[in-house]
Design a binder for this molecule. Structure first.
Ligand code: FE2
Length: 284
């Protein structure tokens, strides 16, 4: 069993590094943690960074999860290889650019690029965002899935994820007390379906709604409230058509023994209890 401790960062290729960086700071409200040759990294909380844009193909996207230590990383590599996943060990310079002690890279059954890291650095400095968006940290990703039942099986039996709820067949998966760190959505492509940052309050969600709308950022869903996680949310489109989400008030599942996953319909009311409807078919 591969024990995922936390979601660590996302890496996104872009053909317009300067434009993507501007969006990350001026609109998303993140803070530049590092400029490297051909890449800019951003922090959103106490971690060294949680997002990295690099010069490259926008379809080149990866999400990283933390494992406990080198031993767990090696065990994960053997288990993945045994199951037929090609595993690539990160080089020292790649690990150094990610500010982790070491990592491996592989593809999940849908072809999504996944990295497993150990000892990711904390920055030692407090996050101070590019604007007052109320961001408290990077929290979860939606992943595209060509077969959600198969991928649910991968994340819950090869890895330690548990199903918190399902919207239609799409599972919301937790790896700690947070209601979900991974959400799988049916899609005919692979890659990251959305990237979530938590904000402090529902007021921050609404403030960002007006802030982004006034500046012409396409709002794709919300403001609304998820009946599954209870979080108030706002989805909007960033560089290279990536969808970002702010949410506040995500449910915590502290009692593993008593919790049972719930089923919600795969229609707008399964995604929003206030009546918001996605403006694009962003959930498959
Ligand atoms: Fe989300």
């Amino acid at each position: 069993m591969i024990r995922l401790m936390d979601v660590s960062y996302v890496r996104l290729g872009t053909l317009d590094l300067e434009g993507a960086s501007r969006f990350a700071v001026d609109y998303l409200g993140l803070q530049v943690s590092e400029h490297r040759k051909g890449a800019v990294c951003f922090k959103s909380d106490a971690r060294d960074h949680t997002l990295c844009y690099f010069e490259g193909n926008p379809a080149d996207q990866a999400v990283a999860f933390e494992v406990r230590d080198k031993q767990d990383l090696d065990m994960a590599a053997s288990e993945l290889e045994r199951l037929g996943h090609a595993v690539r060990g990160g080089t020292e310079s790649e690990a150094s650019s990610r500010h982790v002690k070491g990592f491996i890279a592989f593809r999940d059954p849908s072809g999504n690029n996944i990295e497993l890291v150990y000892q990711p650095e904390r920055s030692g400095r407090r996050y101070f965002g590019g604007r007052d968006a109320g961001v408290t940290g990077f929290s979860h990703v939606g992943l595209c899935s060509s077969d959600v039942a198969r991928d649910e099986q991968f994340w819950t039996s090869v890895c330690n994820a548990r199903v918190s709820d399902r919207i239609g067949d799409a599972p919301l998966l937790r790896i700690d007390e947070v209601h979900h760190s991974i959400a799988l959505f049916p899609s005919d492509r692979s890659g990251i379906q959305h990237i979530n940052h938590q904000v402090e309050t529902g007021d921050d969600v609404m403030r960002s709604y007006y802030f982004l709308k006034e500046r012409g950022i396409p709002i794709t869903f919300g403001p609304g409230r998820h009946p599954s996680s209870s979080a108030r949310f706002l989805y909007f489109r960033g560089p290279d058509a990536m969808v970002f989400e702010y949410s506040s008030g995500v449910k915590s599942i502290a009692d593993e023994l008593l919790y049972r996953e719930r089923q919600f319909p795969f229609e707008p009311k399964g995604f929003c209890s206030w009546g918001a409807k996605p403006q694009i078919s962003q959930f498959g």
